[in-house]
Design a binder for this molecule. Sequence first.
Ligand SMILES: *[C@@H]1O[C@H](CO)[C@@H](O)[C@H](O)[C@H]1NC(C)=O
Ligand SMILES: *[C@@H]1O[C@H](CO)[C@@H](O)[C@H](O)[C@H]1NC(C)=O
Ligand SMILES: *[C@@H]1O[C@H](CO)[C@@H](O)[C@H](O)[C@H]1NC(C)=O
Ligand SMILES: *[C@@H]1O[C@H](CO)[C@@H](O)[C@H](O)[C@H]1NC(C)=O
Ligand SMILES: *[C@@H]1O[C@H](CO)[C@@H](O)[C@H](O)[C@H]1NC(C)=O
Ligand SMILES: *[C@@H]1O[C@H](CO)[C@@H](O)[C@H](O)[C@H]1NC(C)=O
Ligand SMILES: *[C@@H]1O[C@H](CO)[C@@H](O)[C@H](O)[C@H]1NC(C)=O
Ligand SMILES: *[C@@H]1O[C@H](CO)[C@@H](O)[C@H](O)[C@H]1NC(C)=O
Ligand SMILES: *[C@@H]1O[C@H](CO)[C@@H](O)[C@H](O)[C@H]1NC(C)=O
Ligand SMILES: *[C@@H]1O[C@H](CO)[C@@H](O)[C@H](O)[C@H]1NC(C)=O
Length: 510
Amino acid sequence: MDKNYSLYYIKRNVIRITLLIVILCLVLGYFSIMERTSGTIRVVFPPAATSSNMYPSSKIKINCSTWRKPLHNVSALSSQITLAPDRFLYPGLIFGPNNQIIGLFQSIYVAIRLNRTLVVPRFGTHYTEGEIQSVPDYQRIDVDHLCSFVSCISIEGFHKKCNGSMDVVFQAMLSKMRDVKKFQRDTKMHIIMNEEYKLSDYFVGNSLQSSEKRTNKANIPFYPCCNNKTSFNWLSSNQQVIRRTFNTTASCALFASAYQPLTLMSKGQIAIPLDKNYTKVRQIKDDRLYMAIINSVRRPKCITQLADAYIDANIGTDEFVAVHWRYDTDDWLRVFRNQKKYELCEVITNITSEDVARAIINNLPLLHDKNAMHSRNISAAVSVYIATPPSLKEFKLEIFDHLENLDSRIKKVPLDLDVYLSKSVFNKCWNSTGWVSLPDILSLIEMEIMRKSKYFFYSYESTWSDNIRPLRWTRSEGKIQRLFEASILDLSKTVMKKRIKRNRLLHLKK
Ligand SMILES: *[C@@H]1O[C@H](CO)[C@@H](O)[C@H](O)[C@H]1NC(C)=O
Ligand SMILES: *[C@@H]1O[C@H](CO)[C@@H](O)[C@H](O)[C@H]1NC(C)=O
Ligand SMILES: *[C@@H]1O[C@H](CO)[C@@H](O)[C@H](O)[C@H]1NC(C)=O
Ligand SMILES: *[C@@H]1O[C@H](CO)[C@@H](O)[C@H](O)[C@H]1NC(C)=O
Ligand SMILES: *[C@@H]1O[C@H](CO)[C@@H](O)[C@H](O)[C@H]1NC(C)=O
Ligand SMILES: *[C@@H]1O[C@H](CO)[C@@H](O)[C@H](O)[C@H]1NC(C)=O
Ligand SMILES: *[C@@H]1O[C@H](CO)[C@@H](O)[C@H](O)[C@H]1NC(C)=O
Ligand SMILES: *[C@@H]1O[C@H](CO)[C@@H](O)[C@H](O)[C@H]1NC(C)=O
Ligand SMILES: *[C@@H]1O[C@H](CO)[C@@H](O)[C@H](O)[C@H]1NC(C)=O
Ligand SMILES: *[C@@H]1O[C@H](CO)[C@@H](O)[C@H](O)[C@H]1NC(C)=O
């Protein structure tokens, strides 16, 4: 080869490679700047190429794109119930994650009865996780599912339409000042408050009205909830009453501290969507509407997909048993002791892990119905999944030990959910899409596992259990059938009482 030519050849390639390196550096630099500037406002999503993952032992595909905030405009979605587009209700949610969901049910009901577009609100983490953090809508609920039921608007849309401030407050329940501050932070919208009430954490009555001395704004209309100590269930579900109670033409309403102001409850009911052919919303019975509302609030799609993948990889069938034992000392017992429900608390502290295991075995139809067992092949094991608050992990393991000792057909789901989740394939999805709380993700997936189980032992006096029960039904031959459920507390209490009685008799005989 000609010497000059080869030199030319090398030169040309050096230039090419240098150019390539320069371009590469520019691109990388650009991405790193984007990441840094997006530290607080999450704008940067990973490239679409990483959007699909397979978990090795599951056939179900995990698509990271379902973990991202949906980019479409929720106000533009067409919904089954259409509400006035120029008046709004922002649900100011309080307490734990599942109380927030109940608060959302109640807010949707009030929004429909007042004919105000629902603002899809922000949620909060559970206080047992440490300082409460604000959780975006798509990390708690399936926003599309909700907004295909009822007219919605995003917080950003609400902010824009309302020029950055709310102009009326409906006090759902007695509100704490720190909660009102959270509603302001979450919406980046302002409510004017009297200076003196900023000192105390409680406010009732007129304290949310503006102080004219400090601003030129007129008083904000304020509709107080109740003057009594307890502010639960004070508001009738009757639509005339609701319209009379919050009778205003002001556009931008805060529904402050919405946990359970209404007399409506989901207990013991089944959540079914409205028929497509319904005529007038005003003619739908209150209970019926409430059940359709409960059906409209579902967990995010990525969560249900992950629950499916877990069940598929570790259980392999929907024919499994799910147990929720809610009764921990730091949270549940503390709350119920404060409410002076001492007998209930004593029953719970008396119940042992063995009592719970016996309660499950004694009452699982599968183990006692010869036909059911035969058709399933009796030698096959029955998988059990137990959900508890994290502090009850030891108690949970004890229940499993007793279950397996008492009946050899019972087996624990082999891989714990938290271990399963720590596999990096899934981590990548929520890490790259800015999910706020891993305990939240765990809790939501466990709720889906409970919902999908064939047999569910739920916890009485737990909103976590309450929010699963109405969704556990199937349609078979045109009929709606509730799936098996039983209160694990009542059943364990029976076992415990019998045990104590037997021990007393033994003691007397000696
Ligand atoms: C992931 O989901 C998005 C939106 O649902 C969809 O557009 C995309 O095609 C999916 N990707 C794969 C690989 O399934
Ligand atoms: C969203 O949709 C509503 C209703 O169609 C429209 O008024 C609004 O301008 C849209 N917002 C954006 C950001 O596109
Ligand atoms: C709400 O008001 C609008 C008019 O702004 C009306 O078209 C709609 O039917 C009303 N919806 C309900 C549920 O009352
Ligand atoms: C917001 O400001 C615009 C323009 O000043 C006005 O037309 C509109 O009525 C205001 N909206 C509210 C809810 O006050
Ligand atoms: C307070 O409670 C009593 C008894 O339950 C009831 O009669 C009264 O109407 C309540 N007052 C308010 C302002 O809600
Ligand atoms: C709301 O108030 C107006 C004026 O005070 C009154 O005419 C109307 O009947 C009230 N509406 C309801 C539903 O109470
Ligand atoms: C709506 O359809 C259901 C069956 O899907 C039927 O039972 C019901 O009577 C219908 N209601 C009206 C108002 O037509
Ligand atoms: C709890 O256990 C103690 C001791 O066995 C017994 O005396 C008491 O009656 C039990 N309490 C309840 C509420 O079951
Ligand atoms: C039941 O399962 C056992 C072990 O898996 C198998 O050997 C047996 O053939 C099965 N019996 C029926 C009736 O399917
Ligand atoms: C996800 O984030 C957590 C905490 O920020 C970190 O410990 C973990 O290693 C991350 N996982 C992946 C796969 O990036």
